[in-house]
Ligand binder design. Structure first.
Ligand SMILES: [Zn+2]
Length: 74
């Protein structure tokens, strides 16, 4: 049987979880990020180091040259 907790305890625990989640997101924001920038032929360039993919319309999650994590364009 699961131990019953009060609403106050539930809120407190939820707050702890949210703090962990917020810290995890903050760590991701702190990491150096870059973006793939498409040229007129749809070849993507790394915004951090200028690496260019050899195939058009091809993107990877990380830059193969500088290792930057690529953020999706919004
Ligand atoms: Zn790069």
């Amino acid at each position: 049987m699961a131990k019953k907790i009060t609403v106050e305890e539930a809120i407190e625990r939820f707050g702890e979880v949210m703090k962990i989640v917020a810290e995890a997101i903050f760590v991701q924001i702190e990491r150096p990020g870059a973006q793939w920038i498409a040229d007129e032929y749809e070849y993507y360039h790394c915004s951090a180091c200028g690496y260019e993919h050899l195939e058009s319309e091809y993107k990877t999650a990380y830059c193969p040259r500088c290792g930057c994590k690529m953020e999706e364009e919004t």
